[in-house]
Design a protein around this ligand. Structure first.
Ligand SMILES: Cc1ncc(COP(=O)(O)O)c(C=O)c1O
Length: 442
């Protein structure tokens, strides 16, 4: 399918969608994702990377639920497997054919030394479980995380999420944060080529100044999604692993967005010669089904109290439907070589989008890894001041009207095509993004 065939022919009034949206809003609580509120998109059906709304308008979906849509909407193999599973799956985390297949497929997909995965149903839940695991392994309870990161909205993960806690205090003690290696906005005003990871030195000082000697783990996203898919320079994760070791602490890589192929490697940490101690995963792993996980080694997962009966379980963890979703998604990824496709196509898309930093009036920086691409919008290319929320929204809506739905985060546009998006469609969508941004917002 090409974008020509998909054409987002925005009906002037979108009458059915508007009526539907308003009816839902009589009951649905506030605080939905900004892009959902801005677009008020009401989907009739979806296929691959294409959404069709209630008025018959079609749009290329590069919002992808923030990286969830890995094998395409309504992937026929996924639909068949899940439909069959529904007829047999009991509610409960029993031994099942689905769990066995999930275990086999995941074990073939996980790089060494990882050999254990515990399932949950939300990202923040998996992050909380990773914190409990780190506490169990180390017997300590403090955590370091990074500015601009996002780890969820429950108490532990919220405490990890620096800069997004206003009005939500008090938070648990023992959580500190340091600047991320966001070189476009280096808080130390240094150059990545010559700074020698000065931000890691700052992180060391933050620990020394704040810790009571009980650092359990450093928690980091290998690519920061919410900040617009910020990719740190090579060697950063290795430096953080060494820093963690200085304090007898673990390194937790939050691969919720980056894991399972999104960045053109099975896991984003593999872009470097480093192995974290714990991974948190989800999003693309379940092909759209809400399933997440904590990944580590048998030795670490044996730590108590994490390994005590009922200590790391959850109501929905490892239900057969969740296991079938993971088993099938991982199978599709392997059979269709989607990690390699994401690597190759992502590099092509990035190369086509990068010149926007010179060509488009509002674009300050274009970056990414695989099929996680970020386009940062700035009001002033010299000072790198962010655009206002209104300009971000107008740019998002201009792209939508032109045919491409994207995600936003901070003052950035974020592109998360399905990992199996057709090459031709991806390039046509990139052309639309280029034309729209070079023309400026409406
Ligand atoms: C890196 C990362 N960690 C954790 C989360 C939290 O996931 P959830 O929204 O499912 O709680 C997200 C969600 O976007 C994420 O991107």
């Amino acid at each position: 399918m090409t974008v020509e065939q998909v054409k987002w022919g925005l009906a002037p009034d979108r009458a059915r969608s508007r009526e539907h949206w308003d009816a839902e809003q009589e009951v649905v609580g506030p605080g939905l994702q900004a892009v959902m509120l801005w677009s008020q998109l009401c989907v009739d059906h979806a296929e691959g990377a294409v959404l069709t709304d209630l008025d018959g308008n079609r749009v290329v979906d590069f919002q992808g639920a923030g990286g969830v849509n890995s094998i395409g909407h309504a992937n026929p193999r996924f639909v068949a497997a899940m439909s069959a599973e529904l007829t047999v799956a009991p509610a409960g985390a029993f031994g099942s054919a689905a769990r066995r297949e999930m275990a086999e497929n995941v074990s073939a997909f996980l790089p060494e030394p990882f050999d254990r995965m515990q399932l949950y149903s939300g990202g923040t839940e998996a992050v909380e479980a990773a914190l409990r695991l780190a506490k169990s392994v180390t017997g300590k309870h403090e955590f370091l995380s990074f500015w601009g990161g996002f780890h969820g909205k429950t108490m532990g993960s919220l405490a990890l999420t620096a800069g997004a806690r206003s009005g939500l205090g008090p938070l648990p003690p023992g959580y500190f944060s340091a600047p991320y290696a966001n070189c476009y906005h280096c808080p130390l005003k240094l150059k990545p080529t010559s700074c020698g990871f000065a931000c890691v030195d700052v992180a060391r000082d933050v620990i020394k100044q704040n810790s009571t000697g009980a650092l359990a783990a450093i928690v980091v996203e290998p690519v920061q999604g919410r900040s617009g898919n910020v990719v740190p320079p090579p060697g950063y994760l290795t430096a953080l692993k060494e820093l963690a070791a200085e304090f007898d602490a673990l390194l937790i890589a939050d691969e919720m967005m980056t894991g399972f192929g999104r960045t053109g490697a099975a896991f984003a940490f593999q872009h470097e010669d480093v192995v974290p101690d714990i991974l948190t995963v989800g999003k693309g792993m379940g092909g759209g089904y809400p399933v997440t996980g904590v990944v580590s080694t048998a030795a670490y997962m044996a730590a108590r109290p994490f390994s005590d009966p009922s200590a790391s379980s959850s109501s929905f963890g490892a239900f057969p439907l969740a296991c079938r979703a993971v088993a099938t998604t991982v199978e599709v990824m392997a059979e269709d070589n989607l990690v390699e496709h994401a690597r190759k196509l992502g590099a092509e898309m990035l190369a086509a989008l990068r010149p926007l930093a010179e060509e488009a009036p509002l674009v300050g920086d274009v970056r990414g890894a695989g099929l996680a691409i970020g386009i940062e919008l700035v009001a002033d290319k010299e000072t790198r001041q962010p655009v206002s929320g209104a300009v971000l929204r107008d740019t998002f809506l201009a792209l939508l009207e032109a045919g491409v739905l994207v995600m936003t985060g901070g003052n950035s546009l974020r592109l998360y095509p399905p990992l199996n998006v057709e090459t031709e469609m991806a390039h046509e969508a990139v052309d639309i993004v280029r034309r729209t941004l070079i023309g400026g917002p409406r």
